[in-house]
Design a protein around this ligand. Structure first.
Ligand SMILES: *[C@@H]1O[C@H](CO)[C@@H](O)[C@H](O)[C@H]1NC(C)=O
Ligand SMILES: *[C@@H]1O[C@H](CO)[C@@H](O)[C@H](O)[C@H]1NC(C)=O
Ligand SMILES: *[C@@H]1O[C@H](CO)[C@@H](O)[C@H](O)[C@H]1NC(C)=O
Ligand SMILES: *[C@@H]1O[C@H](CO)[C@@H](O)[C@H](O)[C@H]1NC(C)=O
Length: 785
């Protein structure tokens, strides 16, 4: 057994030299505090997946029904109804393919049979108490139908009505194109393309009792190759006659609006009670107006960096239904410069722009200017109602109003975001934002909006905006970055259920579900819970758990705004110590002279910076270990290249985050010279037969520690070193054989290692999982860090 130890010490020392990631630590403001891989998410039971059907794809169209507890998902040739509790448990599916003749026609028209000539579901909207309205591309021949879902959850009806309707103006022909749709009062609003070639884009209103109505055709001032993102109803006053429909889209800038080709993000408005004009603009919108949405950051040389590719919009409701906060996700148009941003808009700014000057130009070669002339009455864009106009319907509008509306669909001024800048910008990463949902979370010190942002790499970022001093100065805290799909794929749909406290995600390859919070992963101490600054979580006296504002207040510890564990947790220190949680893991590590060793210490939080202190003995002064030849500081720990006798002593691993310092680890390193090793090994062989416990370690001031198996474990306990694992597994097998031969010896060893599992390999694995044994010693961080 002694020879074994020697071999382990020497070989593991050598292998450990291959550790990767020696780079210096960088300032970590923009990294997520916690990063969870797909495997981490699955293993910690934080992810439920629906991996998709072999003959389907494109799980892009979501409809959340919290009352019935279902998530409806439209995909290629199928509609699914998932249980919100667990999407993989009991889901129902309907197969709705395109007919063989439609598929043939599609193929003859030159389209790709497998990728394009299927029925891709694009519209999934609630119609009445028992039915949904569904539309799909129908192999380049759009179709719609009613889907019966029952009145109550227990009805468990899920059936497509046999009557199929023409889906033109509701679903696009081309599966690559999106539809933004909203079904309200039996009328379907949809922004889509209405022809086979994908050129005739329009905003339609169909179904219902009125004649279908749309935007002016072939007029690039109205719409210029748009891509629709979403449609919402936002009331303008307490009178429903004033209700407006808002559309979010991106499109090519109008001719003359921008030098060269450019994309602009837009918000468009319509009156819900618009019936079109009487003599002109018949069955066309008469109240359509659009404005540019700006999301930019000031750059060098005064040139702003614009984020113009609007990707997604989320409306966060407030107490006043007329004034939701608009969260919008943008990316850049540039091929060279990849970036994403989130901008916030308020309705007051949007309404001000629609009441401002119209964009006007006198002819094709003129510039766009604010219209200075007399605006006809009633002002174009105003809804016919008793509140403002005093006229009954848009059919009664004077001709001059219609004429003006037709030629002035755009506003001159753009809408700027709240505070005139994005709340989040990401430019230094290899992914882009695609989706956003926001949850309002009640915390001890106020209400916070927590954003869940989907990316094109199958990850979700959880971000909270925290006011620094006022609401005008927000600090963005990236709480978590989670991988929710098995391979990198764009997240294309996202729904949040407050009732279930779950998030649902769609992509080309499947559907995933994850809880909104995982408080337990932040750690086992008050300070860790506090530093996390997650509004969902608070320290409840024994663990980090979900915070409920209604629960007993006294024991809850949370500080989202400052994340200050000193004020929140200092009186808990004693308690922690009593419960044994604060006891510093005091490890002993043995190294062999002229060999190398690795002291592992990686904080759970990716935001924390680690640094190391050295102490010759317990009473000596602590000194910081500076980076030099022999010491390499990595994100995982400290590598000492060539050990010398004078390296023996105490090593303290400190984590500093948000101005607070925690000691994560205390290691006593004992450097054994080669001679003594030989000696020990030799002695061991001699004594092994009759002495059950080898007194390997008696050297110096380590009274209660012997060179145990666990010391060796601590030496090789490193996450990235699979070669060490393999090596040590062999060693362990050998040891097991050895053990069988000397069963009595092993028994004795186990008595001395009371807390250890009999299966030592299992123990090693467990330590690798929960490798950050932490402590909660809090001190003010030194100024220099
Ligand atoms: C796809 O496969 C499922 C079974 O996995 C089947 O129920 C469904 O009808 C198939 N869909 C099509 C369009 O053939
Ligand atoms: C969801 O259901 C699946 C299949 O029944 C089960 O294996 C899994 O543990 C469930 N997950 C959760 C979080 O309930
Ligand atoms: C809902 O609409 C469908 C389709 O028009 C109809 O068959 C059904 O009776 C309606 N249900 C209710 C409750 O009105
Ligand atoms: C360790 O290395 C030094 C310098 O290379 C050498 O002088 C010394 O003898 C070595 N010690 C042992 C025990 O091998």
């Amino acid at each position: 057994m002694g020879t074994l130890w020697g071999t382990i010490l020497l070989l593991c020392g050598v292998v450990l030299l291959r550790t990767e990631g020696y780079g210096a630590q960088q300032i970590k403001n923009n990294v997520p505090r916690l990063k969870l891989s797909y495997k981490d998410m699955l293993e910690s039971n934080n992810l439920v997946t629906f991996e998709g059907l072999a003959n389907s794809s494109s799980y892009h169209t979501f409809l959340l029904d919290e009352e019935k507890g279902r998530l409806m998902v439209g995909a290629k040739d199928h509609i699914f109804s998932f249980n919100l509790l667990n999407i993989s448990k009991d889901y129902a599916q309907i197969t709705w393919p395109a007919s063989p003749s439609r598929r043939d026609e599609c193929k003859w028209a030159g389209k790709d049979l497998s990728r394009e000539c299927s029925n891709f579901i694009k519209v999934l909207q609630p119609f009445n108490q028992t039915h949904l309205y569904v539309c799909g591309t129908g192999a380049f021949h759009p179709v719609c139908a009613y889907l019966e879902v029952g009145r109550r959850p227990e009805d468990s009806v899920f059936r497509l009505e046999p009557h199929i309707e023409n889906g033109r103006g509701k679903s696009p022909y081309d599966p690559k194109l999106l539809t933004a749709s909203l079904l309200i009062d039996n009328e379907l609003y949809s922004g889509t393309s209405a022809d086979f070639m994908g050129r005739d884009f329009a905003i339609f209103r169909t179904l219902g009792k009125h004649h279908p109505i749309r935007t002016e055709q072939h007029d690039s001032r109205w719409l210029n190759d748009p891509r629709f993102v979403s449609v919402h109803l936002i009331p303008e006053s307490d009178n429903p006659e004033d209700d407006k429909i808002y559309l979010f889209f991106r499109e090519n800038a109008m001719d003359g609006e921008h030098a060269g080709k450019a994309t602009h993000a837009r918000i468009g408005q319509l009156c819900k009670n618009d019936l079109g004009g009487h003599r002109s603009l018949v069955n066309k919108w008469t109240t359509f107006l659009k404005a540019r949405l700006v999301c930019s950051v000031p750059g060098l040389n005064g040139i702003d960096t614009h984020f113009d590719e609007l990707q997604d919009v989320f409306l966060m409701s407030t107490k006043d239904p007329k004034n939701p906060i608009i969260y919008a996700v943008f990316t850049t148009s540039s091929n060279i410069f990849k970036g994403s941003a989130v901008c916030l808009y308020n309705m007051a700014d949007i309404r001000r722009v629609f009441l401002g000057p119209y964009a006007h130009r006198d002819g094709p070669n003129y510039q766009w200017v604010p219209f200075q002339g007399r605006v006809p009455y009633p002002r174009p864009g105003t809804c016919p109602s008793k509140t403002f106009g005093g006229f009954g319907t848009t059919k009664d509008l004077p001709d001059e109003v219609i004429t003006f509306a037709r030629s002035h669909p755009a506003m001159f001024n753009p809408v700027y975001p709240i505070n005139h800048r994005p709340i989040i910008v990401k430019t230094d990463v290899d992914y882009q934002f695609t989706q956003i949902v926001v949850d309002k979370v009640e915390a001890e010190d106020g209400q916070y909006d927590v954003m869940f942002i989907g990316t094109d790499m199958g990850t979700v970022l959880k971000v909270v905006s925290i006011p620094r001093g006022s609401w005008h100065d927000l600090e963005e805290v990236l709480l978590e970055e989670m991988t929710v799909f098995r391979e990198p794929t764009a997240i294309t749909a996202m729904e949040l259920s407050t009732k279930q406290q779950q998030l649902y995600l769609g992509s080309a390859i499947g559907v995933s579900q994850m809880p909104l919070h995982r408080c337990e992963v932040y750690g086992k101490a008050c300070a860790e819970c506090c530093l996390a600054r997650d509004p969902y979580c608070a320290w409840d006296g024994t663990e980090c758990s979900r915070y409920f504002p209604m629960a007993k207040r006294r024991t809850r510890r949370q500080d989202i705004r400052n994340g200050d564990p000193l004020t929140q947790c200092s009186d808990l220190q004693h308690h922690d110590e009593l419960s044994g949680q604060a006891t510093l893991l005091d490890k002993i590590v043995y190294g062999v002279e002229n060999s190398s060793t690795f002291l592992e210490c990686s904080p759970k939080s990716q935001r924390a910076l680690t640094y190391w202190q050295y102490q010759r003995s317990t009473d000596d002064r602590k000194q910081e270990i500076s980076a030099e030849e022999r010491f390499i500081r990595t994100d995982q720990g400290l590598l000492i290249r060539t050990l010398s006798k004078k390296d023996s002593g105490i090593y303290l691993c400190q984590a500093v985050e948000h101005g607070f310092m925690q000691t994560l680890l205390k290691v006593t390193l004992e450097v054994i010279d080669t001679e003594r090793l030989e000696d020990l090994l030799h002695r061991d062989e001699e004594t092994a037969a009759n002495s059950p416990v080898q007194d390997l370690s008696s050297p110096r001031e380590t009274p209660n520690h012997k060179l145990w198996y666990r010391d060796f474990l601590s030496l090789v306990n490193h996450p990235t070193l699979s070669s060490v694992d393999e090596f040590c597994e062999q060693v362990w097998k050998r040891e097991r054989k050895h053990r069988r031969q000397k069963a009595h010896l092993v028994q004795q060893v186990q008595i001395h290692q009371q807390q250890q599992q009999p299966q030592k390999w299992k123990h090693l694995q467990e330590r690798q999982k929960g490798r950050n044994r932490r402590t909660h010693e809090l001190e003010r961080a030194p100024r220099s860090v």
